[in-house]
Structures are given as C-alpha cells and as structure tokens.
Design a binder for this molecule. Structure first.
Ligand code: PMT
Length: 404
C-alpha cells in the first residue's frame, strides 16, 4: 500500500502535446490504488479524448460539456471538495496565468478555484514561454499561495528546440504527488530525517574494494515511507541499482569516512537519524597507490578499525539539540537479540531493528526482512516476515510516536 491507495485524485489535463503523457500518469495513479477523476480543458480535448482517461481510470472524465449540463451548479464544488489532491499535468502557460489571476472560465479553472485540497502542477510549454517574465511571475504567485510544482525539465520541446519546458516524467509526477499528500496528511510533516542506505566501499588499491551485499532496498523503503508521512528526507547512500525516491535529497558516498562526514553535516538539522546502511567495521590501513600485481605474490593486507558512525553521533549527542531519535539496525547471523541489545546500549539508540540474516528470506538483497525491534526502555516487538516496505512503515510509525 502507498499513500495513494484510496485517495481521490483530481487530474486536470490542459492543452499541450504533453496531454498524452497525462494518460500514462492517470494509469500510474490508478495502478497505485488512487481514484482518479479527470477534467479536460477545451484545449486538452483537441489533443486527447476523455475516453482515453475513462479507459485507464475506470471513472468518468469530465469536459466543459458538463459545465453547462443539469449538474453544472454543483459539479465543480463536488469534484473540488471530494479531492485529496488536484494535479494539473500538463499545466500550460495559459492555465498558470488563469490560476494566478483567479480566472474561472472552464470546469478545470472553476474547480481549482473552488477546491481547498493541495494543488500540484507539472508545467509544460515552450522554453521561451516558460522563461517569459509573465509566466515566471505567475509561477511565483502560485508558489506563494502554497501550490507545489514538479518540473519542467530540459529536453526536446514541441518547437523542435531543446530547452526547459518539457513536462516532468509521469513517474516523477506520481512520486511528487505522494510527497505533497504526505505533507498535507502525514505524521512527520515538518520533520527532517536522515537515512543511510546500501553498503560501503573501502578501497584496497585503485581498482579493488572491500564491500558487502547490501542492495539499499531497506534504506530506500524507509526513505519512501518517511516521505509519505510528510518528512523532509536526506538519503545518504552508497551507489545502488535503485532510483532514489522522488522528493528525497540524495547524497552519494562510497567509504565509511565519506558516510560519516555526510551524516555529521546533515544530522545537526535533523529530528531523527536512521542508520540502515551496512557500513564497514574494518578498512585497509594503507591503500596501495598502484594496482597490486599478481606477479608480486599474494598481498598481505593490513586492516584497521573504520570509524563507527553511530558511536560518533552518540558522542556528539548533547550538542545535537534538534536530534530527538536515533535508530540503528543490527544484521546478525547468530545470538541476534544479545548482540542487538549490546548495540542498542553501546550506540545509545532509541531503538534498533535486529535483523536475522541467517534466514534465507531476510537480510541482504532479498525483498523481505525478519525483524525484532528492541527499544531503549526494554520493550520488544517481534515482527513476522514482512516486505521491506512493510518493515519501513512500522519503523516510521514507531519513530513518529517518539517524535510526537
Ligand atoms: O540493503 P538491503 O539489501 O535491503 O539489506 C538491508 C540490510 C541487511 C543492510 C539492513 O536491513 C541492515 O540490517 N543494516 C545494518 C547492517 C549492519 O551493518 O549492521 P551492524 O550490526 O554491522 O551495525 C550496527 C549498526 O551500526 C547499524 O545501524 C550500522 O549502520 C551502524 N554502523 C556500523 C558500522 C560502522 N562503522 N558504523 C555504524 O554506524
């Protein structure tokens, strides 16, 4: 389940060639469980038919024909009031100008004026129109009123030129919709959360590294769950094959030292830190300047202790006045609860997710985890086998309870 499940999304389509991508967006939102009602502007109807939207959403798509129908006097009120979010994608320069000036001459602009739900706009227009001072002023006016924007991005425009004005990808818009809904409904609205994900890479020589099997899945799931609860998320990650959740501020790192520096520079402004990353405990004492050659024989590589990030944060805790909660993970193949309890205590955590990596269906790279949560006050919560998304939802709910 995502925050979109069961939510009523009003999708406004306006007159741009990008209207065809609006159908993909409607499909993505519907597949995520949202109830999508579409309103096409008269311009949009020239590019795409209401039937396209009805076919992908399974719900009625409205046009200005309904504006003058029997239900006309209540339609825009009903649509606007029942919506959790109004997305306008594509949003043309003309529509932005109308909204900025409170003009209400189509079913879409009347509804936008009547609704009290959050509004997200994905602008789409030619580069010159986007850069025009009038458009820029309209964007500022709308932003000051609390309207959120996604894009536009740089790319091929309908004019044949390359520039800024292309509508954001539907995947990005759907991701941003989750962020905007999270901010309006979520328990972590206004909270800053730093999350680490993936493994670490400690160099041996210019081509070789010591690393581990962490895929980043658990950390990225935590970041997505935090965003959907309305938090501002900094995701500090080792390179992975995953794409970062839309709305998270991504900081890429390789070594433990880089992750430590990134954590220390962001945690000062954070309400909570979640260390899901599998960080090296040891690193190479003297990294070889040149590639080690096999003709020179088997190398003797001396290791030293890598800095412990959570222990360092614990030492600075008294000066980190905003930081209200620190959550760790313990990946253990034996003596799970004893080892996790020791880490909870030594790293001064609020709670720790003890992760039984001896099981085939838990730990590194797989889709599921078997977790027991151990809290500083001695309470324990044994979770069944869950997807990493479900684990993330539970951890964020427990964290929200501490921050509240
Ligand atoms: O990325 P996935 O494939 O989804 O896998 C998820 C996971 C198995 C990596 C994750 O769920 C997990 O268990 N992460 C913690 C793994 C780990 O490093 O545990 P640890 O017991 O070695 O470390 C204990 C805690 O100290 C962790 O929160 C770790 O981030 C932190 N640590 C560890 C070493 C170090 N030098 N500094 C640290 O802060």
């Amino acid at each position: 389940m995502s925050i979109l499940t069961g939510k009523r999304i009003l999708l406004g389509i306006t007159g741009s060639i990008a209207a065809y991508k609006g159908a993909d967006l409607a499909s993505k939102l519907t597949q995520a469980g949202a109830l999508v009602d579409t309103i096409l502007s008269p311009g949009a109807e020239k590019f795409i038919s209401p039937l396209t939207f009805q076919s992908v959403t399974g719900r009625k798509a409205f046009t200005d024909a309904e504006l003058w129908g029997g239900e006309a006097h209540v339609l825009h009120i009903g649509l606007g009031h029942s919506a959790d979010l109004l997305i306008i994608a594509p949003g043309t320069a003309n529509t932005l100008a109308k909204l900025a000036n409170g003009q209400a001459d189509t079913l879409l602009t009347i509804t936008a004026l009547a609704t009290e739900c959050p509004i997200l706009i994905a602008p789409a227009m030619d580069g010159g129109m986007y850069a025009h001072p009038a458009t820029q002023r309209n964007l500022r006016t709308l932003a000051e009123r609390g309207v959120s924007f996604v894009g536009p991005v740089t790319g091929h425009l309908a004019s044949g030129l390359i520039g800024v004005g292309r509508m954001a990808d539907p995947h990005e818009i759907a991701g941003m919709a989750k962020v905007v809904l999270g901010r309006s409904l979520g328990r972590l609205h206004g909270k800053q959360i730093v999350i680490t994900a993936g493994g670490s890479q400690e160099p041996i020589d210019p081509v070789r590294v010591i690393t581990n099997h962490s895929s980043g899945k658990q950390g990225y799931a935590l970041a997505q769950a935090a965003l959907e609860l309305g938090a501002e998320v900094t995701l500090i990650s080792h390179p992975t094959a995953l794409s970062a959740p839309v709305g998270a501020q991504l900081v890429m790192v390789n070594t433990v030292a880089e992750m430590l520096a990134a954590v220390l520079s962001t945690v000062e402004q954070a309400d909570a830190l979640i260390m899901a990353a599998a960080v090296a405990d040891f690193r190479v004492k003297k990294v070889a300047e040149n590639k080690l050659k096999k003709q020179d024989g088997i190398p003797q590589i001396e290791l030293e202790a890598a800095p412990d990030i959570l222990a360092t944060v614990a030492r600075h805790r008294s000066s980190l006045t905003r930081l209200k909660a620190v959550v760790g993970f313990a990946a253990e193949s034996r003596d799970l609860l004893e080892n996790a309890q020791a880490k909870l205590f030594s790293k001064k955590l609020d709670f720790i997710a003890a992760n039984d990596i001896s099981a085939q269906d838990a730990g590194f790279a797989v889709e599921t985890n078997r977790i027991t949560l151990l809290f500083a006050d001695g309470k324990r919560e044994i979770l069944p086998l869950l997807t990493k998304n479900e684990v993330a939802d539970i951890i964020l709910a427990r964290l929200a309870a501490i921050l509240e």
